[in-house]
Design a protein around this ligand. Structure first.
Ligand SMILES: [Zn+2]
Length: 373
């Protein structure tokens, strides 16, 4: 199976002449101050264009207009799941070599199945739950983030951020300063003792602000009138699952009645809070202010949870990408202000795509090998 990888690069070319000008009078090489890698979990390549008409200027369209796309980049491997997708993007390698053979896989020497980033030798930092007993120890090769560390004598700062532990840990590599992921039990962003023994003050502060509940209290309604979502089936259709005990898979989705914190994963607010933390990391860790290039690896997990729940032909998924586009526009404006136009490079890719619902294909006469359930 080939992973058709979506890669969009945003490079502020218009500032390069000024860098070239500087290089005539100094020995400094023109390097970005900060690289931001964004992986959108389950973003199919065609979503760049499927929802294009309603994307605004500063989000996906800015990347397409100011950068370039690598639309036929293939690395062969199977299966196309989250852990392997992230690892393959950041190592350029395949499971047989980089060692991440699935989200869960069997260790041949013991015959036991284990989770990709499971590590019983480390402790959770930031919660009393066991969700932090994770590290990149099963990763057998270096990542581009590790290579950046090696190239700069470990002066670069590297941080990984994702709701999913594997989405933050694997891209950040072995030598990261930190990786942060979300703990459903406490509602905190946490890490493991692989990286540190105590959360930085800025992460503790972020956790203390109650952002998860604030987002969930807003409920989730569509940005536009629901009948204008022309790229999706009607809001109530038989190919969707129901969220949070709802009677129908329809808007408004009452996130305010949720108990606990985990529901944020299955809403667009999961992307928003991940980018909130990314912004705090840039400010508090002074990313992009270093004498060498820093790297922030961000994975946006919510599109995957939402896609699994509602399927790719749902209003929920369409609305998720329109909201993500707005969040990305805000994030890029933040980077312009904090790091400076022309001083940073952003790439955006996906760890895997998503298939159509086989029942839908069968109903439209496109699939007859699937037993309808
Ligand atoms: Zn995934």
């Amino acid at each position: 199976m080939k992973l058709k990888s979506l890669v969009v690069l945003l490079v502020a070319f218009y500032c390069l002449p000024s860098i070239a000008q500087q290089s005539k009078t100094s020995t400094a090489l023109p390097r970005p101050k900060l690289v931001v890698g964004i992986v959108v979990d389950q973003m199919r390549w065609d979503f760049l264009y499927r929802y294009f008409d309603r994307y605004q200027a500063g989000g996906f369209k800015r990347m397409l207009n100011e950068g370039f796309t690598c639309e036929n980049t293939n690395i062969d491997y199977v299966p196309t799941v989250t852990a392997i997708g992230h690892t393959t993007i950041y190592t350029g390698s395949v499971p047989a070599i980089h060692g991440i053979a699935g989200n869960d896989f069997i260790i041949q020497s013991s015959g036991k199945s284990m989770y990709c980033t499971e590590d019983t030798s480390v402790q959770t930092v930031g919660s009393t739950s066991s969700a932090g007993k994770m590290s990149p120890r099963n990763l057998l090769t270096t990542t581009v983030t590790d290579e950046l560390k090696l190239a700069t004598n470990f002066r670069s700062k590297v941080i990984g951020i994702s709701l999913k532990d594997r989405g933050g840990i694997l891209p950040a590599g072995h030598s990261a300063n930190a990786a942060y992921w979300f703990d459903d039990v406490s509602g905190n962003w946490i890490t493991s003792s692989y990286y540190m023994n105590d959360l930085p003050t800025w992460v503790k502060q972020f956790n203390s602000e109650g952002k998860v509940k604030k987002y969930l209290q807003q409920d989730w309604n569509t940005l536009y009138p629901v009948n204008t979502y022309l790229q999706s089936f009607p809001d109530n259709n038989s190919y969707e699952g129901k969220l949070n005990g709802a009677a129908t898979p329809t808007f408004p989705i009452k996130t305010s009645t949720a108990t606990g914190f985990s529901l944020i994963r299955s809403t667009p607010y999961g992307n928003s809070i991940t980018l909130d933390l990314a912004k705090s990391a840039i400010t508090s860790e002074a990313l992009g202010k270093n004498t060498v290039t820093d790297f922030l690896a961000v994975s946006l997990s919510s599109p995957d949870y939402i896609g699994h729940q509602f399927g790719p032909n749902s209003v929920e998924v369409e609305d998720t990408y329109l909201r993500l586009d707005q969040d990305l526009a805000t994030f890029f404006s933040f980077l312009d202000t904090k790091v400076g136009k022309g001083n940073y490079t952003v790439f955006l890719s996906a760890d895997h795509g998503v298939a159509h619902n086989p029942n839908l294909l069968q109903d439209f006469g496109m699939e007859d090998r699937y037993k309808k359930i």
